[in-house]
Design a protein around this ligand. Structure first.
Ligand SMILES: *Cc1c(COP(=O)(O)O)cnc(C)c1O
Length: 389
């Protein structure tokens, strides 16, 4: 009798995950540091809202950790992306290049600007935007006009590229920046999943003209809900802070707002949690990499399943461990068996261009993303599963 993919995967999971840790979820948060102390201090002092010492402290520590000059905290990663797009000049009527294989927030943030997502294909190795395919596509489908890049088919301006570092694995940023330079497009990096990852020995979240990270409950570290904009540009940082705090002009008592702003500032309570979590980022990533190594070790013994490893030049945080099965038709039954055995695994997201609100958006051939979408399964990836034992 031949083994099904489910048999193979369950056999590996049984060896890597202790039964006491079942049901094993994709990613559980962990609060074993100074979380209680810092949050209690907010309650004791009354500084719970959008002003407070933890907001400033978290911004300072986060910028330092990510190797950038400025971090501006927001209420979530989607708000950080939305703000980053505005700051990079994305306007109503524009198109923004994003992968079809991403979490919904990337596409939603583009539409909040009144812009349209323009979907591009992925690279099977990095899971991120295929830079070569994008280059060829733009060469055929876009023209420069009055300093803008115009989509020949729609007549609309293409305003930016948003690479997404899926599961913490870096896109080929060397190739992508070459393409971005060639077409004079800013890179807004969706690094929501990439905190703690490195690319060519620098924090991955520091790449791009501006980037956004997330501290949602299921991310590497969490503030409950939260996000941040990262930039090296002093002026953009100041503008980021301004429009995320309702664009209020500083004044002792008067309410003067000088442009459309947003109530996107992270509250002090969440920032307190963030300070405590950031202190543990390195040990969390170590643990997640240890778990990935255990999976790699066990999956290397068979070739029915491909464990997705960090691409060259990237030291991944392995936010979510993932495998690819060969037979797409077996995906759903595999997921069902995994669930039945206490492994709460999930498929990757549905491709954005297949969702009702994005079906009519411009796009290139998306064949590789299609294959990835049908065959990828995420495995339990919580920090606790990789602790030394
Ligand atoms: C989590 C995530 C976001 C958005 O973050 P939220 O904090 O949930 O708003 C954006 N993009 C990607 C790829 C993500 O995984």
């Amino acid at each position: 009798m031949t083994n099904t993919p489910a048999d193979t995967i369950i056999n590996v999971l049984d060896q890597v995950i202790q039964s006491a840790d079942k049901p094993a979820h994709l990613h559980e948060p962990r609060f074993n540091g100074n979380e209680w102390q810092y949050v209690k201090e907010c309650l004791d002092t009354g500084w719970v809202s959008s002003v407070g010492s933890y907001v400033n402290l978290f911004e300072e520590k986060l910028a330092e950790k990510c190797g950038v000059s400025h971090a501006i905290l927001t209420v979530n990663g989607t708000a950080a992306l939305h703000t980053a797009l505005i700051l990079m000049g994305v306007k109503s009527g524009d198109e923004v290049i994003i992968p079809t294989l991403t979490f919904i927030a990337t596409a939603n943030a583009v539409t909040y600007c009144g812009a349209t997502p323009h979907f591009v294909d992925s690279d099977a190795h990095t899971l991120g935007i295929d830079a070569v395919k994008l280059d060829n596509y733009l060469a055929q489908n876009a023209i420069h006009s009055n300093g803008n890049l115009i989509n020949k088919n729609t007549g609309k301006r293409i305003a930016a590229i948003v690479p997404v570092h899926i599961f913490g694995h870096a896109c080929n940023m060397v190739a992508l920046s070459t393409v971005a330079n060639k077409y004079n497009l800013p890179i807004i990096s969706d690094a929501a999943e990439a905190l703690g990852s490195f690319y060519h020995n620098k924090p991955l979240a520091s790449y791009g003209d501006i980037s956004a990270v997330s501290f949602n409950g299921n991310k590497v570290i969490t503030t409950g809900g939260g996000g941040a904009i990262l930039t090296n540009d002093d002026k953009i940082a100041a503008h980021a802070k301004h429009i995320t705090t309702t664009a209020k002009v500083p004044h002792k008592w008067d309410f003067v707002h000088d442009e459309i702003g947003y109530n996107y500032r992270m509250p002090n309570l969440n920032a307190a949690l963030g300070c405590a979590q950031l202190e543990q980022l390195d040990t969390f990533v170590e643990s997640k990499r240890r778990l990935a190594e255990r999976y790699i070790d066990k999956f290397s013994e068979n070739d029915a399943v491909r464990f997705i490893q960090e691409p060259e030049g990237c030291r991944s945080n392995y936010w979510l461990c993932a495998i690819q099965i060969h037979d797409a038709h077996k995906r759903n039954e595999t997921l069902q068996s995994l669930h039945d055995n206490g492994y709460i695994c999930r498929p990757i997201w549905k491709l954005m261009h297949t969702l009702p609100m994005f079906q009519n958006c411009p796009r290139m051939d998306l064949a590789i993303a299609g294959q990835l979408e049908q065959t990828i399964i995420n495995l339990p990836s919580s920090v606790k599963l990789g602790l030394t034992r």
